[in-house]
Design a protein around this ligand. Structure first.
Ligand SMILES: Nc1ncnc2c1ncn2[C@@H]1O[C@H](COP(=O)(O)OP(=O)(O)OP(=O)(O)O)[C@@H](O)[C@H]1O
Ligand SMILES: [Zn+2]
Length: 502
């Protein structure tokens, strides 16, 4: 601020000197030089300190101003991240207690769910210097360039922290899977060097180091990552950032319409209802497109129909049509109800929540109350849990006459548990020595077990049609059913013991 005043004062002084009849040429030269200097300093002061010459990726971002409050939904992820960040804030205590410093946080989840926003908010929350890069920026034709860039990144964040007087720095690496993907074959030499450099830098982060550095990485393919990255002391804290559920969608829409004139007929809840499966980025797009439609029509405010257009446009842009997405939601709802009903049948009181909120690859889930550890080790308990797993696919079979890829994970779990039964000597085969018995005999026995349990599950779920219908209605509307709600629905619509027996 002082600079502007000086720049204004200098000409005034010169005019005054001229007025006194003094030769001002030397003063003018001096003033010009001074002004030029001020401009230079001023420009550098804007903050985009950049190390490295041309051709280098620009990964320095001005000081982050994003706040956690500007991120809609993601409550669990935000809390987990803040908890992790408290390590940065209380680093003296961490050192005092000899706690291993947290070095890496991995954010996983589909594109556009706010991972970048979270990293920026993290920097703001901890008053850390922030630099960002994307995995693809490290891929170069020349060996060694990627590794050099990793080194630069660490240097940069340190320099930036020093310059801003901050005692911590956050490095955000988007698409970490590009440099940290699983090794296969030799064509990955360059990636290897980049990854190794990253690991070396991370291993070098000490407890008392200043500035303290935290690396936040993002990927939507955690399963693709090299195990070396996930080891303790590296990216050992994983936070999943999921697609938003209905409430979260409404919050995100509210955030992105805050500065827009909405007509009274707009219900963000309604828009949220119609945007199942949308990411935060897509919702931002909906808000923006709706505004564009309204402006084109010279409408004074954004009306409900503008939102309807916008939702369609974003869906079409993503090649998802409304019909299909509604149908998919129905299918997911029935699938989850299948799990939930089975869960209550085999273990009353076990369902804590049924939701359609898409998590990771799954589009819905049933949260079960934890059971006692002991429980899992009997044959009966394993069989019951297998039936809960199969419930989803069976429900789809009943209502759609076939299964979908949505049950892959369920089947994997069921298979594992069935194998457990066989290998623990709890099947018709008796005690088996896994090394000696032919593989296909185990396989056959596992299949036999699963077929039997499938049949049982079909039988039980087939008798719960009214529960499916009522549950479906609620889930389509609210996308979530709390455990108690679900149980009272079951109580009301379940068949009686007599009906079950018949
Ligand atoms: N939870 C959210 N709340 C508010 N806005 C959001 C949210 N999630 C995404 N957005 C909007 O979408 C934009 C893109 O989000 P962001 O870049 O953080 O997603 P990302 O998960 O990092 O995606 P990608 O993996 O594709 O990089 C944000 O700038 C913001 O406008
Ligand atoms: Zn399932």
């Amino acid at each position: 601020m002082g600079k502007e005043i000086l720049i204004g004062v200098i000409p005034a002084v010169l005019v005054f000197l001229l007025f006194l009849g003094i030769n001002i040429t030397p003063f003018i030269v001096f003033a010009v030089v001074l002004t030029a200097l001020f401009f230079l300093i001023n420009r550098q002061g804007q903050g985009n300190l950049s190390i490295g010459g041309k051709g280098k990726a620009k990964h320095v971002v001005p000081k982050s101003t994003v706040q956690f409050a500007e991120i809609g939904g993601q409550e669990r992820a935000k809390n987990e991240l803040m908890e992790a960040l408290d390590f940065l804030k209380h680093k003296d205590q961490i050192a005092q207690y000899g706690i291993r410093p947290l070095k890496g946080v991995l954010l996983t989840g589909p594109p556009g769910t706010g991972k970048t926003l979270m990293a920026k908010a993290a920097a703001n929350y901890t008053n850390s210097a922030f630099v960002a890069a994307s995995g693809s920026q490290f891929v170069e034709m020349y060996v060694g360039v990627g590794a050099q860039r990793v080194r630069d990144l660490f240097k940069e964040v340190k320099a930036l922290a020093e310059k801003n007087g901050q005692d911590s720095g956050i490095i955000f690496i988007d698409e970490i899977d590009v440099i940290g993907g699983k090794r296969d074959g030799q064509q990955q030499r360059e990636y290897d060097q980049t990854l190794n450099q990253l690991l070396t830098e991370m291993d070098g982060i000490g407890t008392s180091e200043k500035p303290r550095i935290l690396i936040i990485a993002a990927t939507n393919r955690k399963d693709m990552l090299d195990a070396a990255l996930l080891r303790p002391g590296r990216f050992d804290r994983h936070i999943s950032v999921d697609l938003p559920d209905k409430t979260a969608r409404e919050q995100i829409l509210a955030i992105h319409t805050k500065n827009k004139p909405l007509a009274p007929d707009v219900s963000l809840e309604q828009v949220a209802q119609e945007t199942f499966g949308f990411s935060g980025a897509q919702l931002e797009s909906v808000a923006n497109e709706a505004a564009i439609y309204a402006m084109r029509e010279k409408s004074a405010s954004i009306e409900a129909r503008h939102f309807a257009y916008a939702v369609d446009k974003v869906m079409l842009g993503e090649k998802v049509d409304r019909e299909a997405s509604g149908e998919e939601k129905r299918r997911v709802a029935l699938h989850e109800l299948g799990h939930a009903i089975m869960s209550e049948i085999v273990r009353p009181g076990s369902v804590s929540q049924v939701t359609l909120s898409p998590r990771g690859k799954a589009l819905g889930y049933v949260r079960q109350n934890p059971m006692e550890d002991r429980y899992l080790y009997t044959k009966d308990a394993l069989e019951k849990q297998i039936m809960v797993c199969l419930g989803g696919a069976v429900a789809e079979e009943i209502y759609y006459g076939g299964r979908s890829t949505g049950s892959k994970n369920d089947f994997e779990q069921a298979l594992n548990m069935a194998q457990e039964i066989v290998q623990s000597g709890m099947s018709r085969l008796g005690i088996v020595h896994v090394g000696y018995i032919a593989k296909d005999r185990i396989h056959d026995e596992v299949n036999f077990l699963l077929e039997e349990l499938l049949e049982k599950t079909r039988d039980l779920l087939g008798k719960h049609d009214p529960v499916f219908r009522q549950g479906l209605e609620t889930l389509m509307e609210a996308e979530v059913l709390q455990g108690d709600e679900f149980r009272s629905l079951l109580k009301q619509y379940s068949p009686t013991t007599q009906e079950l027996a018949g």
